[in-house]
Design a protein around this ligand. Structure first.
Ligand code: BES
Ligand code: MN
Ligand code: ZN
Length: 457
């Protein structure tokens, strides 16, 4: 994929002036007096989001004014992402500093994304001549990872079933010379992944566990686990139409794990990386698993099914048990797991859970510095009682309250690693925002990548 970033350092790139009420007088001084007269005549004001194209010599573009938040407003570091939709084709450069040049450049690239698998988008030819201080390859790798995740999530289940998700993982593995295996269909029973099999067995596309490894085996082990429910009908406890409508995105956790892996491998972080993706379709047929069924999980814990719509935690339970077996330094899982997390925090702020306070604090810092928001919820032990079953070791659902927490507590039963991080995310932007077009979205991965890059770079 072509990146929008160039580093030519030439002077013919069209300057973008970032203006606020505070610096506008200085910017006006830096411009030709004719241009600042033009800006005033065009009614330009330095209010966040305002945009004006300035004329240049011989009818060319002379520059662009784009207004940012002033000192008494909360800055959105992605606001310059709007330029992706506003700018005519051309090569641009930053004439002065936005609030955060790295995030501004990233947002412009991310704002250009369009999902073009089924309908061509208007061709755009916008290039950004990056400031010398920015790492062009690093930014390009991040854009590539976000693009991968968005494409995977946006692709509907008829073209992104468990087999195609495996293909996508294989393609990524091949690019980075990672090894990859998949346990498919009834082999899941043979190799002891009973819960992945139970959830996925009703679908025409066979369930599977994708297992990818990369990096020097002597490096610290980091294992990423992603919920790969390619479509979630809810199973027999079927979802209502509105709840089901967007469930092609229920493999958003898998897309997140793959995108994070892509950044880690492109950067060559000093880790032994493993990515585990249980990939299934939670479908309905004569072979569906049922409410009140009881299954013995990989770990040996017996699970009573309270609701077949709580399928993500089931497939993750077996994958987490496997992840735990070779004692990694960090296990991180990503999942579009609960509606309850969305009720608590809304669509834009994924919830994360960990017992490791230092990791939590570090992650919060990177969430802020990467503009990739996250918020911690507690693994509140007393709520374990909500998961009680009368006939098995655990039920797969808690009560009607605290659903994101009981889901996390359920999964915690299958991991012993102290350094376990669980992220419950939405993977979707319902209404386009700066740098975030409508549709599938990569959440939490840039923040965690920054943390890992600092630890293992
Ligand atoms: N994939 C859904 C959760 C979901 C729904 C995430 C909408 C984001 C948007 C998950 O499999 C699910 O159905 N969870 C149920 C659990 C319940 C049955 C205990 C939920 O949250 O309602
Ligand atoms: Mn479900
Ligand atoms: Zn689901």
């Amino acid at each position: 994929m072509d990146s929008i970033f160039v580093t030519r350092g030439t002077t013919d790139a069209i300057p973008i002036w970032f203006v606020t009420a505070a610096n506008y007088p200085d910017v006006q001084k830096a411009l030709d007096s004719e241009l600042s007269t033009f800006a005033a005549a065009a009614g330009f004001e330095p209010k966040a989001g305002r945009f004006l194209v300035l004329p240049g010599k011989n009818g060319a573009l002379g520059g662009v004014l784009f207004a940012l938040e002033g000192p008494d407003e909360t800055p959105d570091p992605f606001l310059p992402g709007r330029l992706a939709q506003l700018l005519p084709d051309g090569t641009y450069r930053f004439a002065n500093e936005p609030h955060d040049a790295r995030l501004a450049a990233l947002a412009m690239a991310l704002g250009l994304y369009r999902f073009t698998r089924y309908r061509k988008a208007e061709a755009r030819a916008i290039k950004l001549d990056l400031p010398q201080s920015l790492d062009r390859d690093e930014l390009a790798h991040i854009v590539e990872a976000v693009t991968l995740a968005r494409d995977l999530i946006n692709t509907p289940a008829n073209d992104m079933g468990p087999a195609q998700l495996e293909q996508a993982a294989r393609k990524l593995a091949a690019r980075h010379s990672a090894t990859i295996n998949a346990v498919v269909g009834d082999d899941l029973l043979e190799q002891n992944f009973p819960l992945i099999h139970a959830v996925g067995r009703a679908a025409a596309g066979a369930p599977r566990l994708i297992d990818m490894s990369w990096g020097d085996a002597a490096n610290p082990k980091v294992t990423l686990v992603g919920k790969g429910v390619c479509f979630d009908t809810g199973g027999l406890d079927i979802k209502p139409d509105t709840g089901m409508l967007n469930m092609k995105k229920d493999m958003g956790g898998a897309a997140t794990a793959l995108a994070l892996a892509s950044m880690i491998m492109a950067r060559g972080l000093k880790v032994r990386l493993r990515v585990l993706i249980p990939a299934v379709e939670n479908s309905i047929s004569g072979t569906s698993f049922r409410p009140r069924d009881v299954y013995t999980s990989r770990k040996g814990i017996t699970v009573e099914i309270g609701n077949t719509d709580a399928e993500g935690r089931l497939i993750l339970a077996d994958a987490l048990a496997l992840a735990d077996e070779d004692k990694p330094e960090l296990i991180a899982d990503f999942a579009t797991l609960t509606g309850a997390a969305r009720v608590a925090l809304g669509p834009d702020v994924p919830a994360f859970f960990t017992d490791d306070d230092a990791l939590a604090a570090e992650l919060m810092r990177y969430a802020a510095s990467e503009n990739d928001p996250l918020w911690r919820l507690p693994l509140w032990r007393p709520y374990e009682a909500m998961l009680e079953s009368k006939i098995a070791d655990t039920n797969n659902v808690g009560g009607s309250q605290g659903g994101a927490i009981t889901a996390a507590l359920f999964m915690r039963r299958f991991v012993t690693a102290k350094f376990w991080l669980h992220i419950d995310l939405f993977a979707w932007t319902a209404a386009a925002k700066a740098g975030r077009p409508e549709g599938g979205e990569l959440q939490a991965a840039r923040a965690l990548y920054a943390l890992l890059a600092a630890r293992y770079g």
